[in-house]
Design a protein around this ligand. Sequence first.
Ligand SMILES: Nc1ncnc2c1ncn2[C@@H]1O[C@H](COP(=O)(O)OP(=O)(O)O)[C@@H](O)[C@H]1O
Ligand SMILES: [Mg+2]
Length: 244
Amino acid sequence: MSETEVVLSVRDLSVRYGAAQALDGISLEVHRGEVVTIIGGNGAGKTTTLKTISGMAEMLRTSTGEVTFQGRRIDGMASNKIARLGMAHVPEGRRIFPAMTVDDNLLIGSYRRRGEVEAVASDLALAYERFPILGERRRQPAGFLSGGEQQMLAIGRGLMARPSFLLLDEPSLGLAPILVSRMFDIIRTLAGEGTTILLVEQMARLALGVADRGYVLEQGRIVADGPSAQLLEDPKLKAAYLGG
Ligand SMILES: Nc1ncnc2c1ncn2[C@@H]1O[C@H](COP(=O)(O)OP(=O)(O)O)[C@@H](O)[C@H]1O
Ligand SMILES: [Mg+2]
């Protein structure tokens, strides 16, 4: 993968919340077609990393460093502009709209594609093919879905923008084990279709199972990185993150 095009490059990124240093000079790269995971415990800075990349945190004024996406500097750029470049961020905790129908939640993901009526309709059909349970409940308020279904809806909505680059923040969080493995199957399918993915997870072993490469984040610093197979064999990581 190392010879392919660098899609995302983060250079020496630091982020503070007031006096608290959430990220302390992290650098990472994602190549086109890769699945890259950032693993680390609670509070390590994973969500902050994704929010800063996608502009969801409005690149906090207390940030320094560079973020380049498809050759263009995006640090400081508004999140909607970054989204228009082909990046979709599925945030932590299923931010769906509970009072709106499943259909409408998905269509929100395509709101920038106003001229593409037929393509949007066919992507909606694809979303229901991908997530049949959502299709059965398309006219129901999304708030009636289970946690796992809401997580699928959040991902489905992200895909409705036809992103070339997908940021996933802990898609397995709070899911029953059977749904966790479904979720990872879905990620594998998306990767197989050529979507470039940056995946944040606490489920380190599973994340490294789908990813080509990984970075380990600890207290705002990258303490290890490499091909997934290598990280899975690392004795220190085994003890700390991989359940021995
Ligand atoms: N809005 C915020 N205000 C202050 N501190 C924050 C805020 N968001 C996150 N933090 C702190 O920044 C650090 C990194 O948080 P986060 O990026 O959410 O970690 P992770 O996603 O790995 O659990 C933590 O110490 C957290 O308490
Ligand atoms: Mg988080």
